[in-house]
Design a protein around this ligand. Structure first.
Ligand code: ZN
Length: 426
């Protein structure tokens, strides 16, 4: 272990010199976006992760996760895509200066975050099959606190596949009924219930911009703004699928919407595109076949959320498998499409909307509730510098929330005015 600790010392020292201290965290803080629950007096003393270092050699890659207290971890590998999952009790991620993979070794990328209450997760995406050595906890040494050491060594594709799979007891308990992070009051006093779904969260950051802004943080900020606007009007009760930086599986988002007896489900996302000039918002509804190839690719990307987070879907019909739409769903789909058109009309007062076909459709798993009209709004492109700069401002978030609230108002005023619609929407 002498060689190991020497390597750790050398790498940490160099990364401390070459990397600014937590540029993303500072940026988000400046822009008023939340990076996670604040460490207040009411927060139980969770272990704090303060550093992630990566040492890459010709035949070994070593992650060193610096943490305030030793934690028990469970490590397993999954195929398709090949990745390493490290589960641990809930920790606070306060990482300063993350190490970047060189791109030449077995490590393609990595991410970390809250997977569900009480359970944090660290995921390594692999560029080549790897064998995972038993993780070691290194005792505090000099300037270092505890370090969790995880070694990856080369292996054959066959050996990787045969050693991969879900450990026992990993499945998300489905016995517990889904609950919204902010459930609507039991008696809504005749108010419509709007379910606001901030996409991604926790271990799944979604897309990110050049400045380091992350999709999961921006959509959560807009979701909270929308809740404030809707409830402030006195006409709506709201339920948020999440109101913190936590991962929620797609199926659970759908179940939350149904359990809250939502009158409308609004899922908020941000897109990215290799063509950096592409910008503007667009609105999506569910359909069996995609309206165009680009939308199909987008749906596939958004539907990957569960895979990215490492949700165990064994023994379940994956919500992503096939989108089969029954007859009862047709009315819901018609109302979803009408609402989407209303959003497309209302949004330009707040933000740029894509000039061509801003309303499209595909098999988005999160829109699958058969009885709750649902739309997914991509608020713009984090790959576009102008869009990203706007998204960083509280003024933009307030404008967008107001425009969506206005669309909700006109949607329900039309539905109430048309007697034929009322019967379908008790
Ligand atoms: Zn998204």
């Amino acid at each position: 272990m002498v060689a190991a600790s020497l390597m750790a010392v050398a790498l940490t020292a160099s990364s401390a010199v070459s990397q600014p201290a937590d540029p993303i965290g500072e940026l988000l803080l400046r822009q008023g976006l939340e990076t996670g629950p604040p460490a207040t007096a009411t927060t139980p003393a969770l272990p704090v992760v303060i550093g992630v270092n990566l040492v890459e050699g010709p035949n070994r890659a070593r992650f060193l996760i610096e943490i305030s207290d030793p934690v028990d971890v469970k490590v397993f590998t999954l195929t398709n895509p090949n990745r390493v999952v490290i589960d641990m009790p809930e920790v606070l991620w306060r990482v300063q200066g993350e190490a970047r993979p060189s791109g030449r070794g077995a490590v393609r990328s990595y991410r970390f975050g809250l997977f569900r209450k009480g359970n944090s997760r660290f995921v390594i995406d692999l560029a080549a099959p790897a064998k995972i050595e038993v993780p070691q906890v290194l005792a505090p040494d000099g300037a270092f606190s505890f370090r969790l050491s995880i070694d990856l060594t080369p292996t054959t594709p066959e050996a990787f596949v045969s050693n991969s799979g879900w450990p026992d007891g990993n499945q998300i308990a489905s016995a517990e009924p889904p609950r919204a992070a902010t459930p609507p009051p039991a008696r809504t006093g005749g108010k419509r219930v709007i379910v606001v779904d901030a996409g991604h969260g926790g271990i799944d950051p979604g897309t990110h911009g050049v400045s380091g802004l992350q999709e999961k943080d921006i959509v959560l900020a807009v979701a909270k703004e929308l809740r404030k606007t809707l409830e402030g009007s006195g006409r709506y009760a709201t339920a948020l699928t999440r109101d913190t930086d936590v991962f929620i599986p797609l199926r659970e988002r759908v179940n939350i919407s149904r359990a809250a007896k939502g009158d409308l489900f609004v899922s908020l996302h941000i897109d990215s595109n290799e063509q950096r000039s592409v910008r503007g918002a667009s609105v999506y509804t569910l359909s069996e076949s995609s309206s165009d190839r680009e939308t199909q690719r987008l749906a596939e990307k958004e539907n990957m959320s569960d895979v990215i987070a490492g949700v165990d879907l064994r023994g379940e019909n994956s919500p992503v498998a096939t989108i089969l739409i029954d007859l009862a769903q047709r009315d819901t789909m018609n109302r979803s499409a009408r609402f989407a058109e209303t959003v497309v009309t209302s949004l330009p007062t707040a933000t740029l909307v894509r000039p061509t076909t801003p309303h499209r459709s595909a098999g988005f798993a999160v829109l699958k509730a058969p009885d709750v009209p649902a739309v997914l709004i991509e608020l713009g492109y984090l790959s576009n510098a102008k869009d990203e700069a706007e998204m960083a401002t509280p003024a933009w978030r307030a404008r967008v929330a107001q425009a969506i609230a206005k669309a909700i108002d006109s949607h329900f005023s039309v539905e109430t005015a048309a007697p034929g619609r009322q019967a379908a929407n008790p």
